[in-house]
Design a binder for this molecule. Sequence first.
Ligand SMILES: [Zn+2]
Length: 242
Amino acid sequence: MTLTNQRQTLKTIAKRFARTRRIAHHDALDLIASKLKQPHWNALTTAWNKGWRPKPEAVEALASAEHGVASDVMAIPILGIGQGVKEHGHIDGHPYLLEIDFEVVMGEIGWWCILLEHAPSAKPTIEIYDQSKDNPILNPQFKAKALAICNEAVERLRGRIAADWPRRSTKPNADGQTQHPLSKDVASKWYCLHCDGAFTGSQMADNMWHCPKCSATPIDIFATPFWKQLNSTKRRSSTKER
Ligand SMILES: [Zn+2]
């Protein structure tokens, strides 16, 4: 999986960095980029599109460094998830590997891969590595069976994440308030730093604290839109200066 889908691996590592270090997702991406000797994530993406690839050893080192951090912090219940699960199986005689961690990744190396994040609003991404007609993922029945396995896996994953959250993170109280599973703030209205959207407590609970509009991760969701206050303070002071 790592070899066929290495950029996704980097994103997955970045997500874990973000959670385990409680840093913003974009900062985690930049951190990954810098460890791979790229100035930042955008530069890495540009280089990638031009054919640059990180050395497999460097990616391996990142993944194991991250596992070191993760095992230390796994004792902290707010982080939610333990070790990933790997399962081998067959559909119509074709082998597949299913990995459940922060998201579900399923595929057959060299042929196809399905990625499904755990936010209920997330849609599966299907990557096809071989366009020949022997590739089973091009068969609609096979694809439907594979997607059904992914959906079942992501349900398990959601259950496992929610099990470690405070009850108010998954179910609003009578006043519609919910509790952020990471910050532990309690509010009935929530704001996304990423897209500026505002949502109710139950919308956030239903989408497992990912932004219902832009799918930003829980670390971008806040009870107060503090960035708006910063902007208006800035505007006020610049008006005064004029
Ligand atoms: Zn958003």
